[in-house]
Write a protein that binds this ligand. Structure first.
Ligand SMILES: O=C(O)CCC(=O)C(=O)O
Length: 379
């Protein structure tokens, strides 16, 4: 029989407390810091390499944070009522209903839509515990907003953040390239689980596989990320190749014993290795979590690669596609400069000198930004 919200919260309490304690002893959090040569401070790269994630504290300041929160809140009000609908709760066209890839992904509250199924290339083999929602819960809730850069200008501006792009350069080289962007929403008492998985799909069998092959995701936190609502990760698994997740959960079900939560304050940004085992539980706490996600790869991991997408289709990432998709970095830098003119913008070297054609304006919004995510680079 399924647990109630209260029973689930109670059944998690000790695990959450112990995991949070372990997380805070990992010495993998602090402000973004660079050495004089522009490389990331070795304390950061060492901790990231040891743990598979790092929490950059205090990256997003209040005015920008408020912008992001307001825009995400507005987007949720304009979400369709179901995955099949193009109308919001008030019968208006939902946000982005004209886009090629529907931006909103709705699921059953406190559910786990992919765990234990063959969906998403079967990379979520174990179903998480799915408590029964309260009787007044909506039948569907937004779990993910995809393609954030064409519907949420605040996310586009964040994507151009100079500190974060400098980190991406330090990690993946000056010719780093995009992955995709998505906002994960965990509403209090409703947010669904994301079953344990490793994101990476393409290079597991490569003789050149190393801990950075499949890139990383930034997860910018708009609210506190607590043990109860956070993404959890099994430290060190990013260096162990493709793992058998079923065997990790054999001993204690979905509560993997050495996993830790990504504990964050609002404005912190997690850098998470895409090869690490991670997931999140149904949110039976009283607190929101909203993570604004965007990832970057090494160029060499992407160009010339044929990837089988999560929907089963195969696609070749040639130089032209990668270059066109990378224009979103340059456009985001300009969108940010328009809002924060006193900030020194990041210079994205692959498109240096092409600033005029990559400015953010009516024309590029329509011709480049709209439906940009048809060119996402999943590996
Ligand atoms: O935010 C979450 O709950 C899950 C995020 C995740 O699994 C991912 O970004 O790959």
């Amino acid at each position: 029989m399924s647990l109630t919200v209260k029973q689930h919260a109670e059944s998690m309490a000790v695990y959450l407390q112990e995991g949070a304690k372990r997380a805070l002893t990992l010495a993998n959090r602090g402000p973004v810091r660079f050495g004089s040569d522009g490389s990331l401070h070795p304390d950061i790269t060492d901790a990231f390499s040891r743990c598979g994630f790092y929490v950059f504290t205090g990256v997003i300041e209040p005015p920008e944070l408020d912008d992001l929160k307001d825009e995400v809140k507005h987007a949720l009000e304009r979400a369709p009522v179901s995955n099949q609908s193009k109308l919001d709760r008030q019968g208006r066209p939902s946000l982005g209903s004209d886009l090629s890839i529907p931006p909103f992904y709705l699921v059953s509250p406190l559910g786990d839509p992919v765990g234990g199924t063959q969906r998403n290339a079967g990379r979520h083999p174990v179903k998480m515990v799915t408590p029964t929602p309260e009787t007044d819960a909506p039948s569907q809730v937004v779990q993910v907003i995809f393609g954030t850069l064409h519907i949420l200008d605040s996310c586009l501006r964040l994507y151009g953040h100079p500190l974060l792009l400098k980190v991406a350069e330090a990690m993946n080289g000056p010719d780093f390239v995009p992955f995709n962007e998505a906002v994960f929403v965990k509403q209090p008492g409703l947010g669904a689980a994301v079953a344990w998985h490793q994101d990476a799909t393409t290079h597991w069998d490569s003789p050149k596989l190393d801990e950075g092959t499949h890139g990383f995701n930034f997860m910018a936190q708009l609210y506190s990320s607590t043990a109860a609502n956070a993404v959890w990760i099994v430290p060190g698994t990013h260096k162990q190749g493709k793992l058998d997740i079923s065997s990790l959960t054999e001993a204690s079900g979905d509560k993997i014993s050495d996993a830790v939560p990504m504990i964050c304050e609002p404005g912190d940004v997690v850098m998470c290795n895409r090869q690490a085992v991670h997931g999140s539980f149904a949110n039976t706490s009283d607190d929101w979590r909203v993570s604004v996600g965007f990832g970057f790869h090494r160029k060499e991991s992407v160009v010339g690669v044929t990837a089988k997408l999560l929907n089963g289709k195969s696609v070749l990432y040639d130089e032209a596609r990668v270059r066109e998709r990378s224009r979103m970095i340059a456009i985001a830098i300009d969108a940010r400069a328009q809002r924060y003119p006193k900030e020194k913008p990041y210079l994205y070297q692959p498109l240096a000198g092409l600033e005029a054609q990559n400015s953010f304006n009516k024309e590029t919004r329509e011709l480049v930004v709209k439906n940009y995510n048809l060119l996402d680079l999943h590996i």
